[in-house]
Design a protein around this ligand. Structure first.
Ligand code: PEP
Ligand code: MN
Length: 349
């Protein structure tokens, strides 16, 4: 860290800063300029004391970080792209993953019909919320354990891997008993105790970006999971809240490109929560692939108009088939192929 002292700090005041820096475990190296002195504090900022508290001293103007706050998720710690094994499937690296399914698990027929339809178009992971985080307590909260049973049945029948959201620490073991990937939702992106408990389950985790989270905070959320012994994390951009009202959220594709630069973890894009409009989902999927996404998490429903949650943003089977065809040239240009699943319809990768 660099400690910038106010102009004309006295020799005694500089000495005091040097002493404090040493006491906090860093090696101080003062540099005296014409009017101002700076003290370079040499040491590992990520694991040692944060020197920002030194701004409480009257002679200190500011304290600047040199190192990034995250370590395990950074590209510096792992220059190549990480590929995550999900029960025989590999996600990330050169493999592109289609994760698709309804917002909420509503019924056996709805889930199985959707599972078959998305599998036939190349999806390898089935999404579906059994526990739903709803803004109003009067809205459908999900089928809970019954929903998990249906997800297990869909996996049994189709072989699709399951991604489903875990809302609380209390449910981690139960959800991990069925899920191949645990989804941590936007509303829980900084629920650190949940992140730790989910990490301990040993399951791969898809971490959504919080709706008002900075990219650094999102990466630090992932750092929690890695720091607690679980290296299998997918970052998921799902839109942030802005002043715009034409879309539910603003899908931040720049954040996808930045996450790919900063981190070795696979980045998945959720265009459905990202814009809240079925008619924009295809365009956003193409954009996501163009900026480097490793996979898509898409809401698909047999009859969106009858959905118990997020009906306006779920695509029906016809639109999903169009989406599958539309992304083909983008995948080819990105030199990515859909990870092993059944062959898609004519014209698809
Ligand atoms: C969802 O995937 O249905 C969901 C609730 O996601 P998010 O946490 O991104 O809002
Ligand atoms: Mn949803």
């Amino acid at each position: 860290m660099i400690i910038v002292l106010r102009p004309h700090a006295t020799a005694e005041q500089i000495e005091q800063v040097v002493r404090e820096v040493t006491e906090l475990g860093y090696q101080p190296s003062p540099i005296t300029g014409v009017t101002q002195t700076i003290v370079a504090a040499i040491g590992d900022e990520r694991t040692q004391a944060n020197l920002e508290s030194l701004t409480a001293l009257p002679q200190v103007e500011s304290v600047l970080r040199v190192q990034k706050r995250y370590k395990l998720v950074s590209r510096e710690s792992h220059p190549g792209d990480t590929e995550i094994p999900v029960d025989g499937l590999r996600i990330g690296g050169g493999n592109f993953s289609l994760m698709a399914g309804p917002c909420s698990v509503e019924s056996r027929a709805q889930l199985l019909e959707t599972a078959r339809a998305v599998k036939a178009l190349g999806a390898t992971v089935l999404r579906g919320g059994a526990y739903k985080p709803r803004t109003s307590p009067y809205e459908f909260q999900g089928l809970g354990p019954d929903g998990l049973k249906l997800l297990a049945e869909a996996r049994e029948e189709t072989g699709l891997k399951i991604i489903t959201e875990v809302l609380s620490e209390r449910d981690v073991a139960r959800v991990a008993g069925v899920a191949d990937i645990l989804q941590i939702g936007a509303r829980n992106a900084q629920n650190f105790q949940l992140l730790i408990e989910a990490a301990r389950s040993g399951k791969p985790i898809l971490l959504k970006r919080g709706m008002s989270e900075r990219i650094e905070e999102w990466l630090l959320g992932a750092e929690y999971i890695l720091a607690h012994g679980n290296p299998n994390v997918f970052l998921c951009e799902r839109g942030i809240r802005t002043f715009e009202t034409w879309t539910r959220n603003t899908l931040d594709l720049a954040a996808v490109a930045i996450a790919k630069k900063e981190s070795h973890l696979p980045v998945i894009v959720d265009p459905s929560q990202g814009c809240g409009r079925a008619d924009l989902v295809i365009a956003l999927c193409c954009g996501a692939i163009a900026v480097g996404a490793d996979g898509l998490l898409i809401e698909v429903h047999p009859k969106p108009a009858e959905a118990m949650s997020d009906g306006h943003q779920q695509v029906d089977f016809d639109l999903f088939a169009k989406l599958r065809a539309a992304i083909t040239p983008f995948l080819e240009a990105a030199k990515k192929s859909v990870s092993p699943g059944e062959a898609g319809p004519e014209g698809c990768v």
